[in-house]
Design a protein around this ligand. Structure first.
Ligand SMILES: O=C[C@H](O)[C@@H](O)CC(=O)C(=O)O
Ligand SMILES: [Zn+2]
Length: 287
């Protein structure tokens, strides 16, 4: 497990491009046949991936957690951005199509990942946070019919924002949040831009009470997203390629513009779970 420490905005304003990328950018996720995990001291979020091929992959605590098993004191959010796959939690199998997700509660001991077709592997994106109690493990589907252990994202949690005129027409699909899928602190979802729209989270915001991690995907090889971070009057950018993630400290804006439309997964951890607890920043005030 790779470790990232927290960074002060007073230092970050002096960072070079290389240093910014070293601290905040997570590259080389979704390595076939591997689980990759990055532990951040910022709210102790773990960002990672599981990309099983022929072999099933088992999640372990590693030395870093000093725990008997990964979810001993943690909760885990999962969203599959690859081919069909299976997540097995303490012997119960959950089938995940592309864009299906899961919430796995504290106390879940054995967690493993498999792909239905090694030639088109599942790509499980992972966000995990420290937890204090156990909420039910569920499969989350953006559409469909609910059943036992399967939650369908409610219409009220699919929020269309922006317009083509402002190049920010997008739909925010909230997977894990109070009132739909209960969690200790993790709030997680996916935002898809409409063709011709390139701006996410614009107008932008900060939320000092929660940090956030973005995973950008569905980006062609020759395309990119400029991810904007920093204090609102000290903005910086990170060039993001397909399937790369970026850590956003609580004090930082997190917004992006792409060379074309793309999709991203956001995960938030911290003080509260109130999605709308944001401090909006007027476009005129950005520097
Ligand atoms: O605090 C909320 C997060 O930054 C994202 O959900 C915002 C987002 O997906 C968007 O506006 O496009
Ligand atoms: Zn945000």
């Amino acid at each position: 497990m790779e470790l990232r420490t927290a960074a002060s905005p007073k230092d970050v304003k002096h960072y070079t491009t290389e240093r910014l990328r070293e601290e905040f950018l997570i590259q080389d996720l979704f390595r076939t046949g591997e689980i990759k995990l990055v532990y951040s001291h910022i709210d102790r979020i773990i960002t990672g991936s599981a990309t099983p091929a022929e072999e099933e992959l088992t999640l372990t605590a590693g030395d870093e957690l000093r725990a008997a098993y990964f979810c001993e004191r943690r909760e885990l959010g999962v969203i599959n951005i690859g081919g069909k796959g299976t997540v097995t939690v303490d012997g119960r199998k959950y089938e995940l199509d592309r864009k299906d997700g899961m919430y796995i509660g504290m106390g879940s001991k054995e967690i493993s990942f498999a792909s239905a077709d090694a030639a088109n592997p599942a790509k499980f994106y992972l966000n995990s946070a420290p937890a204090h109690t156990s909420y039910p493990t569920v499969l989350i589907k953006p559409e469909g019919t609910p059943s036992e252990d399967v939650v369908i994202v409610k219409d009220e949690n699919k929020v269309e924002l922006g317009s083509l005129e402002q190049s920010n027409h997008r739909t925010i699909c909230k997977y894990i949040l109070p009132g739909q899928v209960e969690s200790c602190q993790l709030v997680m979802g996916m935002t898809k831009l409409e063709p011709g729209s390139v701006w996410n989270t614009m107008p932008c915001h900060t939320h000092d009470r929660r940090m956030e991690v973005y995973l950008y995907f569905d980006i062609p090889e020759d395309a990119f997203v400029m991810h904007y971070m920093g204090e609102p009057t000290e903005t910086r950018h990170i060039v993001m390629r397909n399937e790369e993630a970026v850590i956003s400290p609580s004090w930082s804006i997190h917004s992006g513009s792409g060379s074309q439309a793309y999709t991203f997964i956001w995960g938030m951890v911290g003080e509260n779970q109130d999605f709308d607890d944001m401090d909006g920043i007027a476009n005129q005030d950005l520097k």
